[in-house]
Design a binder for this molecule. Structure first.
Ligand code: SF4
Length: 181
């Protein structure tokens, strides 16, 4: 790795701008992590208002068919380099909702998860520890979920389409539109 790349990764790992997508009960542990008791900002982690400004997508719990769709739109609006953290058992295997007809069992089939935070719900210490681990991976240039997503886009897209039962393109062929006008 070049010196410039090393330096860039060093600073990237110390200025995580986080969009937290609060889908489940696990989000309850974020306020104490952000505020004075655990104060995540001292590690350079701050919450962001929009996906275009964020480089971390923290998914805090179970995902339904409806919320996963929004999550994918959100992820695709973020600029690379960007990283996804799956927070809680629900993102790993559906957690307590594993046999629900409407809950996603494994987030990494649809988006590239760089790190999972195990627990139901994970405590602030576990959250901060995961950010520390992510920082190490970023510094070594080993957190490359966003590259994996681009390289294996067909696989992710096929999983997404199968889940959402998308079979045909929504838009008509432009020539057919002109002919019928
Ligand atoms: S892992 Fe536990 S705390 Fe987190 S969303 Fe699932 S049920 Fe809730």
């Amino acid at each position: 790795m070049s010196e410039w790349k090393e330096l860039t990764n060093f600073f990237r790992g110390r200025s995580f701008w986080m969009l937290h997508y609060c889908t489940g009960c696990g989000a309850m542990e974020l306020p104490p992590t952000m505020t004075s008791r655990w104060d995540m900002e001292r590690f350079g982690i701050i919450p962001m208002a929009t996906p275009r400004q964020a480089d971390i997508l923290l998914v805090t719990g179970y995902l339904s068919l409806k919320s996963l769709k929004r999550l994918i739109y959100t992820y695709e609006q973020m600029h690379a380099p960007k990283w996804v953290l799956g927070f809680g058992s629900c993102t790993i295997n559906g957690g307590v909702y594993w046999d629900s007809y409407n809950v996603i069992e494994r987030l990494d089939k649809y988006l590239p998860v760089d790190l999972y935070i195990a627990g139901c719900m994970p405590r602030p210490e576990a959250i901060l520890d995961s950010f520390k681990r992510l920082r190490e991976l970023v510094e070594k240039g080993e957190a490359k979920g966003y590259e994996k997503y681009v390289k294996n886009y067909d696989w992710y897209k096929a999983n997404q389409d199968r889940l959402f039962k998308r079979t045909k393109p929504v838009l008509q062929n432009p020539e057919e539109v002109t002919r019928s006008a």
